[in-house]
Each structure stands twice: as C-alpha cells, then as structure tokens.
Design a protein around this ligand. Sequence first.
Ligand SMILES: *[C@@H]1O[C@H](CO)[C@@H](O)[C@H](O)[C@H]1NC(C)=O
Ligand SMILES: *[C@@H]1O[C@H](CO)[C@@H](O)[C@H](O)[C@H]1NC(C)=O
Length: 225
Amino acid sequence: MAQSYPVMMRSHSLLVLLVLLVSSLAATASTAGENAGGSDPTPSPWPLQFHAVLFMNYSGALSLIDLWYDWPRGRNFNIIRDQLDGPPVYDLEWNNGTSFVYTLDSPLSCRSVQLEVGILRPNWLDGATYLGQKTVDGFLCNVWTKVDFIWYYEDVVTKRPVQWVFYTGRTAHVMVYEEGAVLEDANWQAPEYCFQKGKKEQPEYRSIVSEIADLKRASRVLRGL
Ligand SMILES: *[C@@H]1O[C@H](CO)[C@@H](O)[C@H](O)[C@H]1NC(C)=O
Ligand SMILES: *[C@@H]1O[C@H](CO)[C@@H](O)[C@H](O)[C@H]1NC(C)=O
C-alpha cells in the first residue's frame, strides 16, 4: 500500500503529461489543414438565394421550417410546422422590417410585426469567432460563434451549413440546402386579411409564437450589429 501510492502518483502525472502532449498534437494537426495561410477559416457567406429545410429542436419540441432566403428581392420566408400540430404558420419578412405572420388554413389569422432591421445580410457571419472543428450530425464542421448568440457549424469539405444553435438552445439541423433555389413571386403575397383593419383573430400556436419571437430576436441581434 505504502509503495503503490507514489507509483500511482507518478503514473498519474505521466498520464496528464501524455494527455497534454496528445491534445497539443491534435490541436496542431486539426489547424494544420485549414490554416495553411496562418489565419482562422472564415464562414462562407450565404448564397444570395437559397432554400433550406430545417429540422428544429427546442428542448425536445420539434418543428420543421422551410426557409426561402432571397436577398436580391429583399425577402425571407420561414414556413413553420410544429410536429403534429395545426396548419403551418407563414412568417414572411421584408427588408423594410415588416413581417407578416399568418396561416392559410382555418383558423385564418394574420398579424404584422415591424422590426427596426431588415433580413439578414448574406455576410451576416462576418467577424464571427472561430472555435475549431467538431463533428455534428455526422459531419466534420468548422464552428464559429457570433456575439455568443449563435453557434454556426459548417461542413469542412462542402462549406454547407450543417447546424446552428441559438443561445436559447434552439437548434436547427439543415436537412436540405439548395443554393440558388427561388420561390415564385405568387407565393410571397400575404393574404388579403393581413391588410384588413380591425380583424383580431389570433389563435395561439404557443411554440410557433416562441419560435418566431426567437427568429425576430435573431434578426435584430445579428443584423443590427
Ligand atoms: C432534442 O433535443 C434534446 C435536448 O434538448 C435531446 O434530448 C433530444 O434527443 C433531441 N431530439 C431529437 C429528435 O433530436
Ligand atoms: C414593406 O414591404 C412590404 C412588401 O412590399 C409591404 O407590404 C409593407 O407595407 C412595407 N412596409 C413598410 C413599413 O413600408
């Protein structure tokens, strides 16, 4: 007993040394490929137009978002479906800060939201802090954070976004990513009841409302920098 103690101590510190050595080697190895130029990798700007299908998870509450980003036309669409719960909710955002949040199925509803900022710029990830590499959803990714508000995971090889996580824990897994895809103009028309005054139909889609509040906060923080 008396003798095994110092031996254990020694093997312990040896182990610590080994771990340190291996992790510093790993750090060198993982930066060597990307960092040939000596600077951290930077996230790819968003394509000017794309369609993505996002599988969202907020503490186990699941939803699906069709995202249509259209920078040249100054508009962004989130079509949100909660799992097995009601009709989709359409969140149509214009670059002048106006959003229309509506349903197209019964119960019909619409409300508009006015933000002081427009949609995200294609280069909204500029200035993000590089955090290294991590495998998420089975893809080896470069990871960045922007103002400790969002963590963004981009495939090292294809440069496509794989996942992003808001500071709330709300996570978007990118299931489909179609660069250059454009939604036809007719789909960007908010329904007429968005423009009728005095109508106050307002069904409660609790998680979608919180989802939209999160998206609005995101545009405010990430765009308003
Ligand atoms: C959703 O996220 C929670 C953690 O917040 C996790 O436990 C759960 O497995 C996730 N569900 C799916 C379907 O990914
Ligand atoms: C912003 O643009 C949309 C689409 O053209 C329009 O419906 C809305 O009224 C505009 N909002 C403001 C504040 O001008």
